[in-house]
Design a protein. Structure first.
Length: 662
């Protein structure tokens, strides 16, 4: 095992181990050749010495993962391949590190997702899987722990391409090889994949099982099949619409021919749910499962199909070792078929259907039964070897889970423990260890969620708190906090709608409020009201704008009054409404009347005195005219006549002389 600070290829510096399996280790490392030394994931291929006979086959699988990542890594939701190299006798693969949490964290026991959330989850998975199938690749190991919800944008990222199968679109998808390795994960792997004949529809089956787990809150091993049809019975455990239920039912049909052919077809059916063109009819929904047979030989012609059981042809020790390849990084459960189980390990020989009621004894049938007895004895020996390997793997898983728990790596601890079925000898120990891990993990998660809520990141806080198992003491406190944070999240969503006018973001935020909380129920009622009010407001705003251009001011006012009474729409329509009201006021202003002369009515003879009615006063503004000088006309005035003369005689004098002598 590599220690921290170890350098690989002079470029990758080991930080810590994050996973392990029967054929190697997975590490978190720093890329020293890039600025800021970003984190990456390094897988180390390191098989045990006693598995030498299978190294060539395992290396082929390891190379396939590198090739698949190289060809598919240009998709945003698939990790990019950074390097593929060897040092000494060991081989390494470096790929992009995806920060986030696995879908396992979201699909907690007894927690049911809302139907709308499941539809969005299916769309995310099927979109990236469509890209994979279009590149002629079958993933073969789709399960919650191989789906990561990226922290930066919340998108689903598909990881672990170590089990991929390349196929040709022009050839039948038989998937047969000279040496078979049963690859897949218990509960998510259909029959044809267990028989090493994977199809694109095999991936669809796994996606459907994840959807059922999300809707029911139950693990695949907790669900049962219909004895009459062999199909999965699950809808009575969930609240799901008939349309979505029909789509998921088709995804998990027991026979691959009854499922959607590939991810693209499944995605189209899912998208039809929201477009209103969903078709609930489909051919062969309930077609019986048909086990493909080789050309009939004389030893097969007399067999009855009633009460058939599947017998797994035993495999050689070398091939049995090869089967353990599935335990690399993410150990994979397998089962040998009995009358109540499914075949997982097989070699290239065909699977036979054996009747429980043989025909009348004769030499032919006697030889047949002798042959079958020989096959059964060999099968028992093979089963014993398989059971020993299975028990060893479970013991290793327990030990590794305890190691992860001591390092507070609770996700890895629980991931290991999920590989141990209830019928294993280690089941009780695994359950006890799981409860302990979950309790410690719950405390850490609750503390982390409270820190996020304190920073106003209610959505992230709720997501983390809802992953706390109901079996832990922290669950009750977590749900109380979730209810409070949901109220705060609804307030934020309402502000986005009413104050900022961001309808889509508001709806998206409101939809993420847990449906079981009071705020979630209120949000469910509010969303259609927001949508209706927005549509109405948008239409009336456009009508008011168009009327303004035509100067139809009354229509502007009428339309503007119909928009939603929210700060956003009020502010948006206010300029139009004010302009219209000003124009209307100007039009309706009174015009001054011209002066009117009212003639006096004739006074009729009457004894009454006439009543004087003064005229209405009118005001005329004074006008200014420049003065003009006009000279006066000349006027002649005759002079007055002189006065009449008056004689005044002189007074007499005393010295007077005679008149003659003086």
């Amino acid at each position: 095992m590599l220690t921290a600070q170890t350098n690989l290829a002079g470029r990758y510096q080991i930080v810590q181990a994050i996973g392990s399996g029967g054929f190697g280790q997975t590490y978190l490392a720093k890329d020293l050749h890039l600025p800021n030394h970003p984190l990456c994931v390094v897988k180390q291929f390191r098989p045990h010495p006693d598995q030498g006979a299978t190294i060539e086959k395992l290396l082929e699988l390891f190379d396939k993962e590198a090739k698949a990542l190289y060809n598919l890594g240009n998709h945003d939701c698939i990790p990019r391949l950074l390097a593929h190299f060897n040092e000494g006798s060991e081989f390494y693969l470096a790929q992009e590190y995806i920060e986030g949490h696995t879908l396992t964290d979201e699909l907690t026991s007894m927690t049911k997702m809302h139907e709308s959330h499941v539809i969005n989850l299916l769309k995310d998975i099927l979109e990236v899987l469509t890209f994979v199938h279009q590149n002629n690749v079958i993933h073969r190991d789709i399960k919650p722990s191989n789906l990561i919800r990226r922290k930066s944008d919340g998108k689903i990222v598909l990881i672990d391409f170590g089990a991929v199968k390349e196929v040709s679109r022009g050839k039948a998808q038989t998937g047969m090889t000279s040496v078979s390795i049963a690859i897949g994960s218990y509960g998510y792997m259909p029959d044809e994949q267990a028989a090493n004949k994977p199809r694109y529809a095999s991936d669809i089956y796994a996606v459907g099982k994840i959807a059922i787990q999300a809707l029911t809150g139950m693990r695949p091993d907790q669900l049962s099949d219909d004895p009459a049809t062999g199909e999965l019975v699950w809808q009575h455990h969930a609240q799901v619409s008939p349309q979505l239920g029909a789509v998921i039912d088709r995804m998990v049909r027991s026979h691959f021919r009854d499922r959607y052919a590939d991810a693209s077809e499944a995605l189209t059916a899912l998208q039809s749910l929201t477009s209103g063109h969903f078709d609930t009819t489909a051919s062969n929904y309930f077609a019986p499962t048909v086990i493909s047979q080789p050309d009939q030989s004389p030893t097969q012609t007399g067999l009855s199909s009633n009460n058939a059981v599947t017998v797994g042809i035993p495999i050689s020790p070398n091939v049995a070792n090869t089967v353990a390849a599935q335990n690399f990084v993410n150990p994979i459960k397998t089962e040998v078929v009995s009358s109540a189980a499914k075949t997982v390990i097989s070699d290239s020989n065909p699977t036979y259907v054996v009747g429980t009621k043989p025909a009348a004894p004769n030499s032919f049938h006697w030889n047949l039964w002798l042959s079958l007895a020989g096959i059964a004895s060999i099968g028992l020996a093979g089963f014993g070897a398989y059971a020993w390997m299975r028990d060893r793997d479970f013991q290793n898983a327990i030990a590794e889970a305890k190691s992860f728990q001591s390092k507070a790596n609770y996700d890895a601890c629980l991931d290991k423990l999920t590989l141990i079925p209830k019928d294993a000898a280690q089941a009780n120990e695994a359950k006890s260890l799981s409860i302990s891990c979950q309790s410690s993990q719950a405390k850490d998660k609750l503390a982390s969620a409270k820190g996020l809520a304190k920073d106003g990141k209610y959505q992230e806080a709720i997501t983390i708190a809802n992953t706390i198992s109901a079996e832990t003491p922290s669950h009750a406190e977590a749900q109380t906090e979730v209810s409070k944070w949901s109220d705060s999240l609804l307030i934020k969503a309402t502000d986005l709608y009413s104050k900022e006018g961001k309808l889509e973001q508001a709806i998206e935020m409101a939809q993420k409020i847990p449906a079981q909380t009071p705020a979630g129920k209120k949000a469910t009622d509010l969303i259609p009201k927001w949508q209706s009010a927005w549509t109405n407001s948008e239409a009336n705003y456009k009508e008011a704008t168009a009327a303004s251009k035509k100067e139809d001011w009354k229509k502007v006012v009428s339309a503007s009054k119909q928009v939603a009474d929210t700060p956003y729409w009020t502010q948006k329509v206010l300029p139009l409404r004010k302009q219209a009201e000003d124009k209307i006021a100007l039009i309706n202003a009174p015009i001054p009347a011209a002066p009117v002369s009212i003639p006096e009515a004739p006074i009729a003879a009457s004894n009454q005195a006439p009543v004087y009615t003064p005229p209405e006063p009118t005001y005329s503004a004074p006008t200014y005219s420049a003065p003009v000088y006009v000279p006066p006309e000349p006027v002649y005035t005759a002079p007055a006549p002189p006065p009449e003369p008056v004689y005044v005689p002189p007074a007499p004098s005393s010295n007077a002389c005679s008149s003659r002598n003086c």
